[in-house]
Design a binder for this molecule. Structure first.
Ligand SMILES: [Ca+2]
Ligand SMILES: [Ca+2]
Ligand SMILES: [Ca+2]
Ligand SMILES: [Zn+2]
Ligand SMILES: [Zn+2]
Length: 274
């Protein structure tokens, strides 16, 4: 008799542990989201982008963030074809004004740690990601991220990436006396996001997505949010809503329609924020 086989499966599904979340989140229209929307909730990626590419969500703590989705397979193939996954494009400008040293703490979750055979290789990877992410910040605005310490945290309490960021902050010891938290996660958290950073607050999370260079692009994009940058529609800018590794180092410097910002001007005003 075949039917009873279904019962343990169903029972297992029902018995799966309930996840907690730091939601609900509120969007710009006042709508409440208990969990963040995902691409699979919408008819198409375009429909999702049209609704959320520029949307700003607010947590119950008042932190604001935007959604950063992963590439679709078609986008990934397209960018690979263009060779855009290869070299960074650091802006050659020399830094001007005060140099801002930003000491960073790095909570790393169990799935991310498991990608590496030993602590030394993990440590090197994290430092490489952060040090490439800050190149354009440094050359343009004198912002120098300094990876200070890594921490273990266990990402098993979150239902979406916003909650994951809060969990990293909470369980990684908040800022640990440093200026900024750049957390790393490879948790299979539901949703399509590959990174998240609060707008104007020194907290961000980069996932184990793509190459090391890709992760630097994610980290740099989230750092832009940390310095109050919002999503834009400039194809050469790292602050596009969808990650473009080929735009690593690019921050647009004119008044742009989607963001309503001139990123370079904003960064000039915010470079000593942390
Ligand atoms: Ca640095
Ligand atoms: Ca946890
Ligand atoms: Ca986990
Ligand atoms: Zn973003
Ligand atoms: Zn831009």
């Amino acid at each position: 008799m075949q039917i009873p086989l279904l019962i343990p499966l169903l029972a297992a599904a029902v018995a799966a542990p309930m996840l907690t979340t730091s939601g609900p989140y509120t969007d710009s229209t006042g709508q409440t989201w208990n969990q963040l929307p995902t691409v699979s909730d919408y008819a198409s990626v375009d429909a999702y982008d049209a609704r959320f590419a520029s949307e700003v969500f607010t947590t119950i703590n008042g932190d604001k963030f935007q959604l950063d989705r992963a590439w679709t397979p078609a986008e990934e193939a397209y960018y690979s074809m263009l060779g855009m996954l290869a070299a960074p494009q650091p802006n050659g400008n020399s830094g001007n004004g005060l140099r801002a040293t930003v000491n960073c703490t790095h909570p790393v979750d169990e799935e991310y740690r498991a990608k590496f055979s030993n602590t030394a290789s993990l440590r090197t990877h994290v430092i490489d990601v952060v040090e490439l992410a800050d190149d354009a910040l440094y050359s343009n605005w004198g912002i120098n991220f300094v990876p200070r310490r890594g921490y273990r945290w266990d990402s098993n309490d979150s239902a979406d990436i916003g909650a994951l960021l809060d969990e990293a902050y909470r369980e990684g010891g908040n800022l640990n006396g440093q200026d900024m938290m750049i957390a790393f996660s490879a948790d299979p958290t539901p949703g399509n996001a590959i990174g998240v950073g609060y707008i104007g607050a020194p907290k961000q999370l980069t996932t184990y997505y793509g190459s090391k260079t890709t992760q630097s692009a994610i980290c740099q994009h989230e750092a832009g949010h940390n310095y109050t940058l919002q999503h834009c529609c400039d194809n050469n800018c790292i602050m596009q809503a969808t990650l473009d590794t080929g735009a690593l180092g690019g921050f647009h410097s004119y008044n742009e329609n989607c963001s309503g910002q001139n990123h370079s001007s904003v960064m000039n005003n915010q470079k000593n924020r942390y």
